[in-house]
Design a protein around this ligand. Structure first.
Ligand code: PLP
Length: 491
């Protein structure tokens, strides 16, 4: 498998070549030159695989330059019972709505599923070539902690993570700052998230500095993360269609609404086994992986995209116009990991859909701030298999309350955005599998606002974590301070 850039300015490269960096050298995004196809027979043969085995099979279609036995070792370590004690469970909410539990990992958010794979694969690639890497990143919460848990103690890797002072939740702070591993460096910046991101951009565009200190990135545009995210769409479909939901099956709700008959699937393309997935979206990384899964042959009928008040992507799929917004026009909401107004990964989708018109269209976006897909594809819309809607604070509270009342399951505010949109857009016939992207404990404040006393005890479950000693280095919002830190600590 070869990878190329959306902007056409990169020599074809292999999976291990593109794993250590974010952007392609021409500023574009790295994409697979072709999409591997999975036959109905292959899909059925995957039914018996464990999650790590399925991950090796699917990632292996992209990582063709990693030997099969090595890949199996990497996914077994990434998806071990220690890292994911609850696995990736499906839980039924009602007749047509099922939750896919993506947040059973060490930081209780779905980013662990992709990051734990990078935490194995990147040290593997470094060891093979005798290289070292300093991963530099900025976080407003979930990404930074999942990267730190994935790379803590890993040889050859330093993680330097910038986070804004006083802007993260107590749980997010505790997860990051309590890590004592010498290769984890938390820099608390006297500023907001955008200041942190600007510093990362400044240092990453300094080629001399970048080369000298071997700076790399594991942000959401890293294709290795996308490849790992494709896996759970296949997993969820296989579990749903054979009725083996998982150990974490919600028994009471399942008894009221039994899953479909086992073995009912006819494999890829079979009408009866089609499902919709609903994905709470920010950077378009999670749902883009679902799109690739569908392009590979998984019988997904529609991808339902949920946004919060920051609804750039809803606008894109309902009007055909992609208009990124400025920071000033980005709201701080109660599903904060989706407070994004420029969805980096959407470039990959637009590239695929527009083909040879892509470069002209992207230039139009750069010049005018808007790209109208219908200038190029008058039929752009639902026929592309996406539908979208947005959810607001009151919707989130209602969805948390409704889900609890209906099934006894407590969900977090991001998952609540998915539940809101899934119920709004569902046709009541085709099942909707909604992605659960964080645990409710992580956002207990909003959960309590929705269900009151029912949320009692959520934070207490994390009392041990919150009591751990914390360690972090304060720095001013100045690239020079971070440059100096890296020069003295990561040389
Ligand atoms: C990152 C994140 C999202 C958004 O995912 P994208 O891949 O950026 O679309 C949704 N929910 C949670 C909890 C997240 O951490």
């Amino acid at each position: 498998m070869q990878f190329i850039s959306t902007r056409s300015g990169m020599e074809p490269a292999s999976f291990t070549d593109i794993l250590l960096d974010g952007l392609a050298p021409d500023g574009g995004l790295v994409v697979p030159a072709s999409i591997p196809q999975v036959s109905a027979a292959q899909l059925e043969a995957w039914r018996t695989l464990s999650y790590p085995e399925l991950a090796a099979a699917i990632i292996g279609l992209y990582a063709t330059d990693i030997p099969t036995a090595d890949l199996a070792r990497l996914t077994a370590a990434a998806y071990s019972p220690q890292n994911f004690p609850g696995g990736v469970p499906l839980r039924r909410v009602d007749n047509t709505l099922v939750l896919v539990g993506l947040s059973e990992g060490p930081t209780m958010a779905f980013k662990d599923l992709a990051m734990q794979f990078l935490g194995q694969a990147i040290p593997y690639v470094l060891a093979a070539t005798g290289r070292e890497l300093t991963i530099l990143g900025a976080t407003s919460g979930d990404t930074g902690s999942s990267a730190e848990y994935a790379f803590r103690g890993q040889p050859g890797v330093q993680v330097v993570m910038l986070s804004p002072r006083g802007r993260m939740s107590a749980v997010q702070r505790a997860q990051m700052y309590s890590l004592q591993d010498p290769n984890i460096h938390n820099l608390v910046v006297d500023g907001v998230f955008d200041d942190c991101q600007d510093i990362v951009k400044t240092l990453s565009s300094d080629i001399d500095f970048k080369t000298r200190y071997r700076i790399g990135a594991v942000n959401s545009i890293n294709f290795g993360r996308i490849a790992a995210q494709i896996v759970y769409y296949f997993w969820a479909w296989l579990r749903y269609t054979d009725g083996t939901f998982s150990r974490a099956l919600n028994d009471a709700a399942a008894a009221a609404a039994p899953p479909p008959a086992p073995g009912g699937a006819g494999g890829a393309g079979a009408g009866a086994s089609q499902v919709d997935f609903c994905v709470p979206s920010g950077n378009f990384g999670n749902i883009y992986a679902g799109h690739l899964a569908r392009c590979m042959g998984l019988p997904i009928r529609r991808l339902l995209l949920a946004t919060n008040e920051n609804n750039v992507l809803e606008e894109f799929f309902t009007t055909g116009r992609y208009t990124p917004r400025s920071r000033e026009r980005t709201f701080a909401t109660s599903s904060p990991s989706m407070d994004i107004s420029k969805a980096s990964n959407v470039e990959r989708f637009i590239w695929q859909v527009l083909g040879e018109d892509f470069l002209a269209a992207w230039a139009q976006l750069g010049a005018t701030g808007t790209l109208d897909m219908r200038d190029y594809l008058p039929e752009f819309g639902e026929t592309f298999g996406f539908a979208a809607s947005s959810s607001h604070h009151a919707d989130r509270l209602a969805a948390i309350e409704w889900t609890y009342r209906t099934s006894g399951i407590l969900i977090d505010p991001h998952t609540a955005d998915a539940v809101t949109v899934a119920r709004r857009l569902s046709d009541g016939v085709v099942p909707v599998l909604a992605m659960e992207t964080a645990r409710p404990e992580k956002f207990a404040h909003t959960v309590r606002e929705a269900v009151g006393d029912v949320a009692d005890g959520l934070e207490e479950r994390l009392a041990g974590l919150l009591a751990l000693p914390q360690r972090a280095t304060q720095v001013p919002a100045d690239p020079e301070a971070v440059r100096e830190y890296i020069a003295t600590h990561c040389a």
